[in-house]
Design a protein around this ligand. Structure first.
Ligand SMILES: O=C(O)CCC(=O)C(=O)O
Length: 308
């Protein structure tokens, strides 16, 4: 992305920002423009809980992402529950599948904001492509940084983004937010028909960035086309183990230990959010290939629901 593009594309919170200061030399101008934009974007996000930045990606970038994700979007792995979306496809472990998503994860306008809001060495907590098909219903309202169960109101422990890779509209399932809800003390999600709901309509190549404690959801798709989005989510660096146990003791080594030790190492999930998954499945499957069939047999899960 050119310097000019970085300062010109500063449309935040649906208003123009990041106007360049013509008294500065060219190299400084871009740096200055970016800094001003990031400051304004952060102020908008902290006030409203979200900020929209339009038209950050080239059509080539958007096309590359569609092409690389296409093999994983063949409608043979639809969501397993209402949250994933029974009419939605989710692609997990994206950097092992679609390298064209890396520039979106580290986009300077996005990371400039995250740098301001989280501690240094924050982490990429999740990165999921979501293709919402016609007929999908709205997700339940939720916030993304709730796993630590620290009572609200509280500072955000994460920052999330949703990139539009198709035009997002109110009818095709654009992300929906409740402005200001990042300050709410209540842990009770708003009702599905909350009148404060705002649909984030934006052209492909734009991004909505929001506080980890903002109530939001994927919208219903009442159109006849699909809606591809990509959500990188960042969390505070302390939301993890002191030692990165699963790297220190990889699956081949972990096999020699008991299930209890494997769980403590991190081959486990935090229910009910399934936090700790690997490529959308339970991490125990990396140490025990029979884990899934044993779990299904024990839980008596009907054959119909055995999607993965
Ligand atoms: O797809 C979207 O627009 C948002 C999805 C979302 O919030 C989630 O799955 O956590």
């Amino acid at each position: 992305m050119s310097d000019k593009a970085l300062s010109d594309q500063s449309v935040s919170g649906h208003s123009l920002s990041g106007q360049a200061d013509s008294a500065l030399p060219n190299s400084k101008l871009a740096e200055h423009g970016l800094r001003v934009s990031v400051d304004e974007d952060c102020a908008t996000l902290q006030r409203d809980g979200y900020v929209v930045i339009r038209d950050l990606l080239s059509s080539q970038q958007i096309e590359d992402v569609h092409r690389e994700l296409a093999p994983y979007l063949q409608q043979n792995l639809m969501g397993r529950n209402e949250f994933e979306g029974l009419r939605s496809e989710r692609v997990y472990a994206v950097l092992a599948k679609a390298p064209s998503l890396a520039p979106l994860i580290e986009h300077p306008r996005l990371l400039g904001i995250v740098d301001h809001l989280l501690q240094p060495n924050y982490l990429l907590s999740a990165a999921i492509a979501i293709n919402v098909h016609p007929g999908e219903t709205a997700q339940a309202f939720h916030y993304d940084d709730g796993t630590a169960r620290i009572p609200r109101p509280r500072p955000m422990h994460g920052v999330s983004a949703v990139w539009a890779l198709d035009d997002f509209s109110e009818t095709n399932g654009a992300t929906e937010v409740i402005p200001g809800s990042h300050t709410w003390g209540s842990d009770t999600p708003p009702p599905p028909d909350d009148p404060r709901t705002l649909s984030i309509e934006m052209p492909a190549g734009s991004v909505v960035i929001f506080a980890g404690n903002l109530y939001h959801r994927g919208g219903a798709n009442r159109s006849s086309g699909t809606r591809l989005g990509f959500t990188p989510q960042y969390c505070e660096p302390w939301l993890r183990q002191i030692e990165t146990m699963v790297l220190a003791v990889p699956p081949e080594r972990a096999r020699q230990y008991s299930e209890r030790v494997q769980e403590l190492l991190g081959y486990s999930i935090a229910a009910p959010s399934f936090m700790g998954y690997v490529d959308g499945v339970h991490p125990r499957r990396l140490v025990d290939p029979n884990y899934r069939s044993r779990r299904i047999a024990n839980a008596g899960i009907p054959k119909l629901l055995r999607t993965r």
